[in-house]
Each structure stands twice: as structure tokens, then as C-alpha cells.
Design a protein around this ligand. Sequence first.
Ligand code: ADE
Length: 239
Amino acid sequence: MAIRIDILTLFPEMFGPVLGTSIPKRAAEKGLVSYHLTGIRDFATDAHKSVDDKPFGGGPGMVMMCQTLFDAVEHVEKQDVRPATRILLTPQGRVLDQTLAEELSRKERLLLIAGHYEGFDERIIDGLSPMELSIGDYVLSGGEVAAMVLIDAIVRLLPGALGAETGAADESFADGLLEYPQYTRPREFRGMDVPDVLLGGNHKAIAQWRLEQRKIRTQTRRPDLWQAWLAKQEKKTKD
Ligand code: ADE
């Protein structure tokens, strides 16, 4: 059954172009995923359609209010019997990585909450108990772009999303190493040659060269990933 992704946002129109292009679009067309956008402002009850208010205690910016968000979550969750994994996009959350994307791609239903102000009333977190998720250590103007990043990382992992010949399995991060360098025609471009080993047709030698390149890259560019990979290898030989 297709994974259902509900998105609560103040700006549903931001999502159309991203979910309607490339892999996210194809995954939906293939029936692997369905997207359901809901505008949070539709749940505002006052004449001004307010969704935010000034923080108690003072301070800059506006804070997203409880009532509209609770109503929106409860309304959306009733639309399907499957329980949703609630995810709030926030720089305070657990940082997204490939392992977490894989974990979430195995859920049957996700409910993403994207806010657009200084912050959320803490009782939204206490009352709805969402997983808090960040896409990196920087601050965006809102959770929408973060939600799109998360969706993209997830849907390309759904079995069948990338087509038969390209799997997500042998990519960077899938096994903890960065990707090897790639080349296509021509063999020589502005004095720069394709490495000989790739032209020789010796598949064993090519595989060895690629693995070596992945190790060198990971070691020099991402010492953190390299240490994690080494630790994993050590554990494997012990088991
Ligand atoms: N909202 C604002 N910044 C964010 C970030 N880095 N990750 C997730 N949601 C956010």
C-alpha cells in the first residue's frame, strides 16, 4: 500500500512544483505514495484568520498558536484509519540523515507539520508529541522547504521509485561511504582524461578502483563518516 504523507502548512502552494516534478511526481503516479496538503489557516476561528500571536514574556517574532494546529492535526488524522507518525520540522529537532530517511520510508503514514514563525507554542510539542526533525544546523524561514527535503529523501527510497536499473542501494551514505567519481563521453575533454582503468573493461579492477576512491574521498572530505565506517567494519569482523 502507498505511504500516505499529510502536510500541514500555511503555504500549500509552495509544495505543488516540487511534488509535481521528477521522482516525487513519478512515485505518486506509480501509486507508491500519496500527498495530502492541508492549509493550517483554514482552521483559524477568528475574523482575522490568526494562526500566531505575540510571545508571553515578550521578545521578537510571533508564536504559532495551539488551537489551529491541534484542530488541523485532529481533522487530518481522521481522514485515514492508519495512525500517522507526526513530524514537526524545527531546527531544534533530530538532524535528518540517511538512516532516519530509511526508517521513515518504512512507515505507512506520515504527518508533517511545517510552521513559519519564530516558533511553536511549547504545548503543541507537549500535547501532540511529534518527532521533532531538523534538516541541518541552520535556520530557514519556515519548515516548508525542510518538509520538501524530507519528502524527497524518503520517496526515492520507496521500492520501485527509481526504476529498475538504478537503485538507491549503492549510493553514497547507503553503506556509509561517499560516492566514487563518475565520467562519461568524451574520453578526453580540454586536456583532462578519463582514468584508464574505466576504459579497460576489467570489471574487477574497476570495482576495486571505485571502492578505493570512495574511501579516499570519505577520509579526506568527511572524517566523521570515515571514523563511523571504520568502526562499522571493525564490528563486522568481530561478529
Ligand atoms: N525550520 C527552520 N529551520 C529548519 C531546519 N533547519 N530544519 C527543519 N525545520 C526548520
